[in-house]
Design a protein around this ligand. Structure first.
Ligand code: SF4
Ligand code: SF4
Length: 191
């Protein structure tokens, strides 16, 4: 979780009035929190998390009041994709020292431990709903991640600066205008 609410609003949209967290507390366990007044490690339940949710809800830290996962913001995501039901936590990711131009600010679709989202098709539906704008989308299982959008061929042309074939020229140009030219060593890797 990070506090860049304005960027989240501009890239993901405002928080939707018709979606609520309900019984979901996925972000309270899965995410690392590194706010000035509140920190917690990733993949560890917050010390304030009880069996019925946040035990300090009325006075919870600012980051918890202002941060929302993508499911709370992106209307195109399936309504059934609430993280505790889908096994997918989607959020905007910020990398301070990105290895390539698609890593600095991106959407991360995180497949949670034990999730059946790949097998039951929910992962594909969620990715379809997110991969339609000039924001990079990664899919991860918490340790490894894979760039899903743009696709490999477009990403290679954007990062290498090599001439794109005619059918990809508009798309490559659009990504370059947004993300700039990067040297070949910046090509995205799976890790
Ligand atoms: S993961 Fe999303 S839906 Fe679940 S509690 Fe956090 S913000 Fe709410
Ligand atoms: S303080 Fe409450 S809302 Fe914030 S992470 Fe902990 S349990 Fe969740």
């Amino acid at each position: 979780m990070q506090a860049d609410v304005d960027l989240e609003t501009s890239l993901l949209g405002p928080v939707l009035a018709d979606r609520s967290c309900g019984d979901c507390t996925v972000c309270c366990t899965v995410l690392k929190v590194d706010a000035p007044d509140f920190k917690k490690p990733p993949e560890t339940s917050c010390g304030h998390l009880g069996s019925r949710g946040c035990t300090i809800h009325a006075v919870r830290p600012r980051i918890c009041r202002t941060w929302f996962c993508a499911w709370r913001r992106v209307a195109a995501m399936p309504s059934e994709a609430r993280p505790d039901r889908s096994g997918l936590l989607v959020s905007l990711n910020f990398v301070r020292e990105p290895q390539n131009c698609f890593e600095g600010v991106s959407i991360n679709v995180r497949c949670l431990t034990g999730s059946k989202a790949i097998e039951n098709g929910m992962a594909a539906r969620v990715l379809d709903s997110l991969c339609d704008q000039l924001v990079p989308v990664w899919f991860s299982d918490g340790s490894k991640k894979m760039l899903m959008h743009p696709d490999n061929e477009v990403a290679q042309h954007v990062t290498s600066g090599s001439p794109a074939p005619p059918h990809l020229q508009d798309e490559v140009r659009a990504w370059r205008e947004n993300y700039g030219l990067f040297a070949p060593r910046d090509q995205p890797q799976q890790s």
